[in-house]
Design a protein around this ligand. Structure first.
Ligand code: SF4
Length: 512
């Protein structure tokens, strides 16, 4: 499924919906993480205060990002790190590949990092002749399977134990087993050997502290410790938004992130790295390079509405809570960032034209906003992006119309970064809806007509499957009643009852 793209989201989602194994794995994992998150959050009395504090810290960072970045770079370099700036994915890949070549690197070990997935770093390193191995167990599994991660913190969330066992048998030649301890032990043995031979360790960054130049990486398996301390060179990649002003701010985020992500009070390992090792006998790499990646983040920062998406700490809670993600999983989104936050940031990273379906992958129920530890208003952002998509469609159609007049009939809908689907029927439907809803008399008339027309399809007080095929709404509205019944229009509406005397019965003034 790794070849799925953002542009085919509709068909990706339909395919995922009929994959019962996938849906079972997702249901088990997302509901488990949801329950654990709730229990962990309830365990802290000041949970809501922490969320508010976290958001205030992030808002301050985003308003003064230039200042905090400069402070971070200065402090990190004073302690021996070398900081590199990358405008986009290709610059970041170039920096990492050049550094690796200069050091004569052949074997690379990597810890889990969404930003390296975002820029497709493994492909770039492999194209430069290096062997790269993922050392997080989930990432290792999907690397063996040739897939992309399907969740921000649980990359192999879509795989069942049985599927992983089959994969290990096929790729590592082990005897078939679904004993989790045995499978883990096999992976550990393979990875230990890779650590011993690695010349370069690559990691992401969860938080970077401006005040001290420290980077913090969280994990549960110990592989980050090995990745960042055994090889002689460590390269850490991070989005520019990962900065926190003060060391003490970590206290807030270390309480929120593990609880929101996995329901843990604290992740098993917190690797705090400040510069390179001080003395030859100390542990750790001889060189530490930190790559600061923009890749569209400055654009998001510039807009007061989209800016808040940069407060995301990649905990994955919104994915677990989202009724859309729970059904289709991460691959359907065609992006390394799936789920509600992925539907917000992917279009901003790769262009609205290429990801115009993603902001519609939401029922706007608000579950994502409820669970987000940094109080990102994801539904607001989705609506903002939908409005932008509609505006751009209109601009394109107007421009296309003008070209059509000039070129005698040929129409082009391309824009930089992709094309938008023309939805004439949808636009007509919404115009009709707006025309009816903004005219009370038209609305009342249409209710009466609807009540008459529905007579043939109402069965036992419902429209839908309860009455068999004849009770379905006509296409395309029939899709609505394929999976649920709909209540018919009432025999008399509130307005009709009001006019018929309800007013007299309920008016408090009528008793006096
Ligand atoms: S948007 Fe909020 S809930 Fe979703 S991953 Fe980011 S921080 Fe977590």
């Amino acid at each position: 499924m790794s070849h799925l793209t953002t542009e085919t989201f509709d068909s990706n989602a339909r395919a995922a919906l009929v994959d019962t194994q996938l849906r079972g794995a997702l249901r088990n994992a997302t509901s488990l993480f949801g329950k654990r998150r709730l229990a962990a959050a309830r365990g802290l009395e000041n949970w809501e205060d922490l969320r508010t504090q976290a958001r205030a810290i992030k808002d301050d960072v985003l308003l003064h990002l230039d200042r905090y970045l400069e402070e971070f770079v200065s402090n990190a370099e004073q302690r021996g790190a070398k900081v590199h700036w990358a405008r986009d994915a290709s610059e970041a890949n170039q920096i990492v590949c050049d550094l690796a070549r200069q050091q004569g690197v052949r074997n690379v070990v990597k810890s889990k990092s969404m930003v390296t997935e975002e820029i497709h770093l493994n492909d770039a390193l492999q194209a430069s002749g290096m062997e790269v191995i993922e050392t997080d167990l989930g990432e290792y599994i999907i690397q063996l399977a040739g897939e992309a991660p399907s969740h921000i913190i649980v990359p192999a969330i879509h795989k069942t134990k049985g599927q992983i066992a089959e994969l290990f048998t096929a790729k590592l030649g082990i005897e078939p087993t679904d004993d989790v301890d045995k499978l883990t032990s096999v992976a550990r043995n393979v990875l230990r050997q890779r650590f011993a031979n690695a010349d370069l360790g690559i990691s992401g960054v969860n938080f970077a502290v401006a005040e001290t130049g420290t980077i913090l990486i969280l994990e549960n398996e110990g592989n980050v410790r090995l990745t960042t301390s055994l090889p002689k060179v460590h390269i850490a990649l991070m989005g520019i938004e990962k900065i926190l002003p003060r060391f003490v701010d970590l206290d807030v985020f270390l309480k929120l992130l593990p609880r929101s992500g996995t329901g843990q009070q604290l992740t098993t390992y917190q690797s705090l790295i400040t510069g390179t090792k001080r003395r030859p006998e100390d542990e750790g790499p001889e060189q530490l390079h930190i790559v600061l990646l923009d890749n569209g983040r400055s654009r998001m920062l510039a807009h007061p509405t989209t800016r808040q998406a940069l407060a995301c700490i990649r905990c994955g809670a919104c994915l677990n809570a989202c009724p859309v993600y729970q059904q289709i999983g991460g691959h359907a989104y065609g992006s390394v960032y799936p789920g509600p936050i992925g539907a917000v940031i992917t279009p901003q990273l790769i262009g609205l034209g290429k990801a115009s379906q993603l902001p519609y992958a939401s029922s706007l129920c608000g579950a994502c906003r409820e669970v987000c530890p940094v109080k990102i208003d994801i539904p607001e952002l989705l609506l903002h992006l939908r409005a932008e998509i509609t505006d751009r469609k209109q601009e394109q159609e107007q421009a296309g119309g003008r070209r059509q007049e000039q070129a005698g009939g040929r129409r082009q809908e391309q824009e930089a970064g992709g094309s938008f689907k023309k939805r004439t029927g949808e636009r007509f439907a919404f115009r009709l809806f707006a025309a009816v809803m903004t005219r009370p008399r038209t609305y009342e008339f249409s209710v009466k007509v609807g009540r008459l027309l529905q007579r043939s399809i109402v069965r036992r007080g419902k429209i839908g499957r309860v009455g068999g095929m004849l009770a379905q709404l006509a296409p395309p509205l029939g899709a609505w009643t394929n999976a649920r019944d709909m209540r018919p229009i009432a025999e008399s509406t509130f307005r009709e009852q009001w006019r018929a005397g309800l007013r007299d019965d309920t008016d408090p003034g009528s008793d006096t």
